[in-house]
Ligand binder design. Structure first.
Ligand SMILES: *[C@@H]1O[C@H](CO)[C@@H](O)[C@H](O)[C@H]1NC(C)=O
Ligand SMILES: *[C@@H]1O[C@H](CO)[C@@H](O)[C@H](O)[C@H]1NC(C)=O
Ligand SMILES: *[C@@H]1O[C@H](CO)[C@@H](O)[C@H](O)[C@H]1NC(C)=O
Length: 982
């Protein structure tokens, strides 16, 4: 076995001895001889001149060996270093406490006392309280949890809160790939000295939003566009009385603010590194690894100089050291600390090739990597992960955020379970604002749905990330002496839509938000409609063993298409069916299937239901041989959902141009080629359709049987304002000529109206003013383009109301100008425009006016995010506001549907519907929620279902589409004349 120089030296020179030595450094005498037995070291000792700074030097040398972590007496602390004077104590009674102990399996029932920023006592049922209430600080707040769940505050291991502050404003920074929003520096691939705290804006609106989701701490990582992007910091999300970025830091390393290093209790430092696609601004994968190796080579040299220096100093060989200054290396000191094992490295990496390179790197330079992030392919190589130097890293994942780039193409929703089955620690994270950091728990909920056991799903957003960041001694668990970061939930936290009723950070209440001076204290209702005991239980979830094994066997690309003759069936009998939902004029309505114990059978021939009822009344004679039987185990059959808003159906991998349709030319910036014969460039999505994309097939297997797609481009990229004509297709069709592949060739005409994107340089170069966009739209709607052209033809159809005009718009001011344009146009031409706003983040501000104008709204995303200035006035929903945009619009009579922005999100459509219903505090029932992705969406997009092309139905086993217990097992398609048994 080989040992590192550090190990061998520390064996020779125990810390106690070193300390003793330091204290007596100036009067070196015989003491040295006691322990310096090596002849070759001791020969010149007696004759050395000892410098005046010897003690400092020796302290510094001793500090090199100090292992980061809490001081030994940390557990005995009586007050948090983050305690804010004046904070009252809190007693939470009758709570169901998920503590995080015993690998997340411990649940206690009892009371918890918060005092001086700490968890003072956890008092379980029946025990006598040890704390005297009189000893607590200030006034005692008493909260009766009434049996509700309490967890530690959530910890987000990957967040850009503060350094990508919302709403996004560029600060006039560089807008190329390497530098934007204080996220990454454009100044080179290796920048270990940069520090995210130097860019931490305390005004980011997302801090409070994240707290509203129960997130109390986050690791603020620089972005992933540099190989070594800089130092990360752990922060608590609450506003401090000092209001500074520094005061938000959790256990900042000593020396951050220029103070000297603490030898006795150094803190963990944090570093962000990246490998793979994101750093390609600086070269290829080969360049990346060379950047790492060149940098760590320098760091190793610097470390070697320090070690040699200290070896001599500690041996008392002062004269041979020379000028006595400890050889600091200001540029590489962070990497030297990495080599000394004092840094929790977070490494962005996805593909096996890059993971393998990192494993080699860590072994070559002998440093550990605490966590790997995104890590789309980590689940395929658990044994490789275990070869990482210094131990297996935690794997920090998103639940379903895959396939948007090559690196993430093989990612799997089953990865968390595969990894924990291989004893790898799994962390679920947000990458905020890559996904909305408020919904960190939703990542854990989805991981749980796809197989991660409940204790580990809860650990994955609490104790596992806290441990991976080296702060597990104070956050991420409920334990006496830990920080008082607490969430009281309105349901079991793994239930979809679980919402914090109360949140404390450092014992200070954050949710409900204390009203500011002059604000009325109007309480927000949380948890209405969740009175039933089932909400307080862990949701049961389906078995995914087969899918999970296949995902691994096929290296992330399991076949998703129909099983062919094995799957496509003419005659099917579904048994144990609880209900069948059907479309009606009112939307989607639920009808119980009566049979034994409330469950019946449904007989399907050629894709159409021919009988539903009791087994006796429906089952044909000789059914055994002729029919395929599918047991739904109390499940449902209900209309398939439609997805809208993303590029699902016209591209396979978002960031790979060769897998998509390509960019439309922007007619407001360039003259379109003459050969188009069309000044606006109105083109048809139907010509660009692709079938069998993985996003479409996964959506199909998740109950989304149809998609409507336009030629829309990402709004951040200043594409054409005209997104062409949308088309509606079946997600499960094999190709464009497949029976029933196309539901409707042309659905609606689409345009986008937005302010310039926040990347300023880019915006100046390639965007068009709002007024010019309006002028263009008015001119086109008023028929000033000849009808012989596509632009003239389709805009006149839109003006006449023959086709819906779907306008992607987020900002309420632009919406009100659009409502005026609509009225002006209709008055002038005597027509009615079928106008629809999609995106529509701020639509609630104009709900009444939108309704009065007969305009429909497609909210996408459902859960709002103030990403840009246009989107900043969100209605956040419980626990920040009683209303959501959805509720306000529905209650004002607006026809509302929901959409998504990115193709991978289509998979979660049914969870969105469940969320919409649950979050409404009982104001939106399941039937109304169902219509958001079916009848309402079809109506708004102008989809006309002809009777012989009726909707596909989806069979769910183990529950309805609203239940986490269910999964899709078959699709019934009258149009395709068969049942697809999956
Ligand atoms: C502590 O409680 C007292 C009494 O209710 C109250 O006046 C005071 O504002 C509270 N302090 C804080 C910081 O909330
Ligand atoms: C937690 O899980 C690990 C890995 O499965 C196991 O080694 C350890 O004993 C468990 N700890 C407790 C306290 O159950
Ligand atoms: C990004 O922009 C900066 C400033 O304009 C420039 O120096 C740098 O080379 C650019 N980087 C890339 C990768 O284009």
């Amino acid at each position: 076995m080989t040992t590192t120089p550090r190990q061998s030296r520390s064996r020779r020179l125990g810390p106690t001895l070193v300390l003793a030595f330091c204290a007596l450094a100036v009067t070196l005498t015989a003491l040295q001889l006691n322990y310096l037995s090596d002849d070759h070291l001791s020969y010149s000792l007696r004759s050395q001149h000892v410098p005046l700074n010897a003690q400092q030097v020796l302290n510094r040398c001793a500090s090199l060996r100090a292992v980061p972590g809490p001081p030994t007496n940390f557990a005995a602390r009586e007050e948090s270093d983050r305690f804010e004077p004046g904070t009252n104590a809190t007693l939470i009674q009758n709570a169901r406490l998920w503590t995080g102990a015993y690998n997340g399996t411990e649940v206690l029932y009892g009371d918890i006392i918060l005092d001086r920023g700490l968890i003072k006592e956890i008092n379980t049922e029946g025990d006598r309280m040890r704390t005297s209430l009189a000893s607590l600080r200030g006034h005692l707040n008493i909260v009766d949890a009434k049996g509700a769940w309490v967890t530690p505050g959530l910890v987000d291991l990957d967040s850009h809160l503060g350094i990508m502050s919302l709403p996004l404003l560029s600060g006039d920074l560089y807008d190329n790939q390497t530098g934007a929003f204080d996220l990454n520096s454009p100044n080179g691939p290796v920048l270990p000295s940069l520090r995210s705290v130097d860019a931490l804006s305390t005004h980011d609106e997302a801090f409070q939003l994240a707290i509203a989701g129960g997130v109390t701490s986050a690791q603020i990582l620089p972005g992933s566009a540099n190989v070594i992007a800089g130092q990360a910091f752990m922060v608590k999300l609450r506003k401090t009385s000092e209001r500074s970025a520094s005061s938000m830091l959790l256990e900042p390393p000593p020396g951050l603010n220029g103070s000297a290093a603490h030898a006795d209790s150094p803190r963990w430092r944090h570093l962000k590194q990246a490998a793979g696609e994101n750093v390609m601004a600086y070269g290829t994968r080969m360049d990346t690894m060379w950047s790492y190796r060149a940098a760590y080579h320098e760091a190793r040299k610097a470390k070697g100089l320090q070690d040699a220096f200290c070896e001599k100093a500690e041996a008392g060989l002062w004269e041979s050291i020379g000028n006595f200054d400890f050889p600091e290396d200001f540029k590489y000191e962070m990497l030297v600390d990495v080599l000394r094992g004092k840094v929790k490295v977070s490494n962005h990496v996805n593909e096996i090739v890059d993971i393998d390179s990192l494993v080699r790197l860590s072994n070559e330079f002998e440093f550990p990597i605490a966590s790997i992030h995104h890590a789309a392919e980590a689940y395929l190589v658990p044994d490789l992960l275990k070869r990482m130097w210094g131990g297996t890293p935690a794997v920090a994942l998103l639940a379903t955020n895959y396939r948007y780039k090559r690196e993430a193409y093989r990612g799997s929703e089953f990865a968390p379970r595969v990894l924990v089955d291989n004893n790898v620690s799994v962390v679920m994270k947000s990458g905020h604002p890559a996904t909305n950091g408020r919904y960190l728990m939703f990542e854990a909920q989805q991981a749980h749905y796809y197989g991660l056991p409940p204790p580990l799903a809860l650990s994955s957003v609490t104790s596992a990330p806290a441990h991976a960041a080296g702060v597990g001694h104070r956050i991420g668990r409920l334990a006496e002496g830990h920080d008082a970061d607490i969430v009281l939930w309105d349901s079991h936290p793994l239930q979809i839509g679980a919402t914090p009723a109360k949140v404390w950070i450092d014992g200070i209440v954050q949710i409900p938000v204390p009203p500011k001076t002059g604000q009325s204290d109007s309480p927000v209702k949380v948890g209405v409609g969740k009175e039933d005991a089932k909400w307080n239980r862990v949701p049961s979830v389906p078995n995914w063993d087969e899918e999970r094994e296949k995902a691994v066997e096929w290296e992330g690309l399991p076949p998703l298409g129909s099983k062919g003759s094995k799957g496509i069936q003419d005659k099917v009998i579904f048994t144990s069916v609880a209900d069948v939902w059907v479309k009606s004029a009112e939307g989607v309505v639920q009808a119980k299937v009566s049979g034994q114990e409330g469950l019946g059978v449904v007989v399907v021939e050629d894709g159409t239901i021919v009988c539903s009822g009791t087994s006796l009344s429906c089952t044909p004679a000789n059914a055994e041989g002729d029919y395929t039987f599918v047991d739904l185990d109390g499940g449902s059959i209900s209309p398939g959902l439609m997805t809208f808003g993303s590029s699902l159906g016209i591209e396979e991998i978002q960031s790979e141009p060769s897998t998509g349709n390509g960019m439309l030319t922007n007619p407001l910036l360039t003259n379109l080629p003459k050969i188009f014969g069309d000044v606006g460039g109105v083109f048809k999505a139907m010509d660009a359709l692709q079938f069998g994309t993985r996003n479409a097939l996964i959506a199909y297997r998740s109950g989304v049987t149809a998609g409507t797609v336009s030629l829309r481009q990402d709004t951040m990229s200043s594409g054409s304002i005209i997104s062409g004509l949308s088309t509606t297709f079946r997600t499960g069709a094999a190709h464009g000529m497949d029976r029933g592949a196309i539901v409707q060739n042309v659905a609606a005409l689409h345009v986008t109206l937005a302010r310039p994107p926040p990347l300023s340089g880019h915006a100046r170069k390639s965007s068009v003013s709002v007024s010019e966009q309006f002028g263009t739209l008015r001119r086109l709607l008023w028929g000033f383009e000849p009808k012989e052209t596509q632009t003239g033809l389709w805009f006149s159809k839109a003006m006449e109301g023959q086709i819906p005009l779907v306008i992607e718009v987020h900002n309420a001011d632009i919406m009100s100008s659009l409502l005026k344009l609509k009225a002006e146009t209709e008055e002038r031409w005597g027509t009615t425009i079928r106008m629809v706003f999609s995106g529509a983040t701020e639509a609630h501000l104009l709900a009444q006016e939108i309704n009065r104008a007969g305009v429909g709204v497609i909210l996408s995303p459902l859960r709002p995010h103030p990403t840009t200035w246009d989107q900043r006035r969100i209605l956040a929903g419980p626990p920040l506001s009683n209303d959501t945009a959805l509720i306000v619009l529905i209650e004002n009579g607006v026809t509302v549907a929901i959409g998504v922005n990115e193709a991978w999100q289509a998979q979660s459509a049914r969870l969105d519907l469940a969320w919409a219903s649950i979050e409404s505090n009982g104001r939106i029932d399941q039937q109304k929620a169902y219509s958001l992705a079916t009848t309402n969406l079809e109506k708004l997009l102008g989809i006309v279902n002809s009777p012989d092309d009726a909707t596909d139905l989806v069979a769910y086993r183990g529950g309805s589409l609203f239940d986490l217990s269910s999964k899709v097992v078959a699709v019934l398609s009258p149009a395709r004349g068969a049942v697809d048994v999956l």
